[in-house]
Write a protein that binds this ligand. Structure first.
Ligand SMILES: NC(=O)c1ccc[n+]([C@@H]2O[C@H](COP(=O)([O-])OP(=O)(O)OC[C@H]3O[C@@H](n4cnc5c(N)ncnc54)[C@H](O)[C@@H]3O)[C@@H](O)[C@H]2O)c1
Length: 354
């Protein structure tokens, strides 16, 4: 588990003023101290749910050398075992020396992050709410066990409907809201930036635009906040009205909203993009990066006093989880859209029995 230097030098490492060690052999002391620092700094992630999304995350995590230890948990233990074996056989071709194994909930005790991708699929004829209720039952079999292990890190939820499942995790865990986050609209935001990059012929990394709200049908792009490098996109449109138009930008936001459905029709499910998005969020937590990401977070009175509901919103993410929510200066029309998202998510959550 990652700890700050100051904390652990006060706890379980040898103290500098411990004369027998220090005075006898300074080099020994330093080497031992370094080993203990390294051991204490090991980054550990537990993944619950080794399906397509979970394993896309795990594969990306291995290739990007995200952590030192990756534990795989699934109700289907045989599958989790096979996945651990498969990833381990790829270690020799990676730049990582990650320890990967199939584990149990007791392994969460010293983890920094628990990623939840476990869920059940929609049955034919099943309503969204029925699916939600069944996924809540799945989370009831997961979250209390993670908490019972003594876990004190950050929950990162990807299971859909992600904003509601993140709120379910918050309720079941009893954790502080900053330590429970969902993938929110991070993937939608990445899709938006990719399409805007193509449209404006600009590197997507220079596009600062966000999808916010529900990860789902009511999500929207607050165009008033979208910036190309340092220039507001609204001004780019005004200055280049022959080339660019708001209508086309609206079409792009529809494409973003329907992208998942299009991929599902083409190949059955979406998983690589979300897997990489989970790695990005987890890295910001593990490395205390303070990255601004549109994770699903619990509102604390923003946007005219909205509380309790979890929505995708730009947020500073670091080792403490959701450190700071960035409240945007939305137009009245955008505020109405945000209201709509919050109402949908609140109504769905309230219809659940947890
Ligand atoms: N947040 C996003 O942007 C995003 C994007 C794509 C998919 N998803 C969601 O991610 C979730 C997983 O999708 P998938 O394609 O990997 O599904 P999947 O069916 O391939 O995998 C689900 C896994 O969960 C496991 N599981 C079920 N119940 C469990 C339990 N009680 N304990 C432990 N493990 C359990 C299953 O055995 C299975 O391995 C879905 O809810 C999907 O909608 C989210």
């Amino acid at each position: 588990m990652v700890k700050s230097y100051i904390n652990f030098s006060n706890n379980n490492t040898i103290q500098r003023n411990n004369p027998p060690y220090y005075a006898k052999n300074t080099i020994d002391f330093k080497a031992k101290e370094r080993i203990e620092i390294m051991a204490d700094n090991k980054k550990k992630v537990v993944l619950v749910g080794t399906g397509m999304v979970g394993m896309s995350f795990a594969y990306a995590a291995l290739n990007q050398n995200l952590c030192d230890e990756l534990v795989l948990i699934d109700v289907n233990e045989k599958k989790a075992n096979g996945e651990a074996m498969d990833l381990n056989h790829g270690l020799a071709f990676s730049h990582s020396s990650m320890k990967i194994y199939r584990g149990g909930y007791s392994d969460c005790s010293d983890a920094d992050v628990v990623v939840i991708c476990a869920g059940v699929n929609q049955k034919p004829g099943e309503s969204r709410l029925e699916l939600l209720q069944r996924n809540t039952a799945v989370f009831n079999s997961i979250v209390p066990q993670v908490v019972q292990s003594g876990f004190d890190g950050i929950f990162l939820v990807a299971t859909n409907p992600v904003d509601i499942m993140t709120r379910v995790t918050y309720e079941l865990s009893g954790f502080n809201a900053s330590k429970v986050i969902g993938t929110g609209t991070t993937l939608d935001t990445a899709r938006l930036r990719y399409l805007l990059g193509e449209y404006f012929e600009v590197d997507p990394r220079n596009i600062h635009a966000y999808v916010i709200g529900e990860h789902g049908d009511s999500e929207f792009v607050p165009w008033s906040q979208a910036i190309l490098a340092v220039k507001p996109i609204k001004d780019v449109l005004t200055d280049n009205s022959q080339t660019y138009s708001m209508d086309e930008l609206e079409k792009i936001s529809v494409d973003v909203r329907t992208a998942a459905q299009e991929i599902i029709e083409a190949k059955g499910a979406t998983y690589y993009g979300i897997g990489m998005s989970i790695v990005k969020i987890a890295r910001s937590i593990l490395n205390d990066q303070n990255s601004v990401l549109t994770v699903s977070v619990r509102l604390r009175g923003e946007y005219g006093g909205k509380k309790d509901v979890f929505i995708g919103n730009p947020c500073v993410v670091n080792s403490g989880g959701a450190k700071r929510i960035l409240e945007l200066k939305l137009t009245d029309e955008e505020l109405d859209k945000l209201d709509n998202c919050c109402n949908i998510l609140n109504d769905n959550f309230k219809s659940l029995s947890i």
